[in-house]
Ligand binder design. Structure first.
Ligand code: ADP
Ligand code: MG
Length: 246
């Protein structure tokens, strides 16, 4: 426990997958400074299904990367109480579906999907079996032998999804995972994410521009100019609500 009063409706940090405490991240762009994430105070625990919405440039990707330990805060603190260390110390426990191109160009699809298992110490043979299973689950087994350059944007996005889920992560952070997909395929991808999160007893955060996607989630967090606005649709405590501290 890290000092949260027991009766204020706020969660016990020990039971959270990730905790962001007044986290900010600045970037220098020439002479200007951009505050991409501004004093965000939030958490994700197992079972949470969060949609992260907000206009382009509001800080959604930066917040996901902070939660994944890929970007360091310039102030504040990110911790992973239930992971038992940082994501880099516990490979495979926290997974990101990246917004842009993220596949390794020299590896075929099956090798790309199996790679996180190899990094986590799994033998090559069982990594290949599990990668093939995950490709089937995402519905793209016919792509296994293709190279990333042979894929459409939407196909690459689904390969990135399979790669993120293959380690059975406890915290799944998906950055616009339906951005390049038609509605039916996008809807299937969201179902795959939700089913995986249920099976892995995971927390799931999906950044999205798509209102129809956001509506399948609760809570819905909204970012604006780096700030995370407390959701107004759920309010269980004056101090915190649905994963956001006020
Ligand atoms: P979103 O995902 O909501 O579009 P981002 O987190 O990508 O927002 O970006 C938030 C702000 O931070 C934007 O102004 C963006 O230009 C800036 N930013 C993000 N990453 C970097 C970076 N690596 N270097 C400089 N500025 C960045
Ligand atoms: Mg983004």
């Amino acid at each position: 426990m890290t000092g949260t009063a027991p009766d204020d409706g706020c969660p016990v940090p020990d039971e959270d997958l990730v905790e962001c405490g007044r986290v900010s991240r600045r970037y220098r762009a020439g002479s200007a400074v951009v505050l991409a994430v501004d004093e965000v105070d939030c958490w994700v625990s197992p079972g949470m299904r969060v949609a992260l919405t907000g206009p382009s440039g509001s800080g959604k990707s930066t917040l996901l990367h902070l939660m994944a330990g890929l970007v360091q805060p310039t102030s504040g603190r990110v911790s992973w109480p239930m992971i038992g260390g940082s994501p880099a110390d516990r490979l495979g426990t926290v997974a990101v579906v990246f917004q842009g191109q993220s596949l390794l160009p020299e590896l075929d699809v099956a090798e790309n999907v199996g790679l996180p298992l190899l990094f986590a110490g799994e033998p090559a043979e069982s990594a290949a079996v599990r990668a093939a299973e995950m490709l089937r689950r995402v519905g793209i087994e016919e792509l296994a032998a293709k190279l990333p350059e042979e894929l459409s944007g939407g196909q690459a996005q689904r390969v990135a999804l399979a790669r993120a889920l293959v380690t059975r992560p406890r915290l799944i952070l998906a950055d616009e995972p339906t951005g390049q997909l038609d509605r039916a395929t996008g809807s299937h991808v969201i179902s795959v994410l939700r089913e995986a999160a249920l099976e892995f007893d995971a927390g799931l955060v999906v950044a999205t521009h798509d209102q129809a996607v956001a509506e399948r989630f609760s809570p819905r967090w909204r970012m604006s100019n780096g700030r995370l606005l407390a959701p107004d649709d759920v309010g269980d405590s004056p101090k915190c609500s649905a994963g956001v501290r006020r």
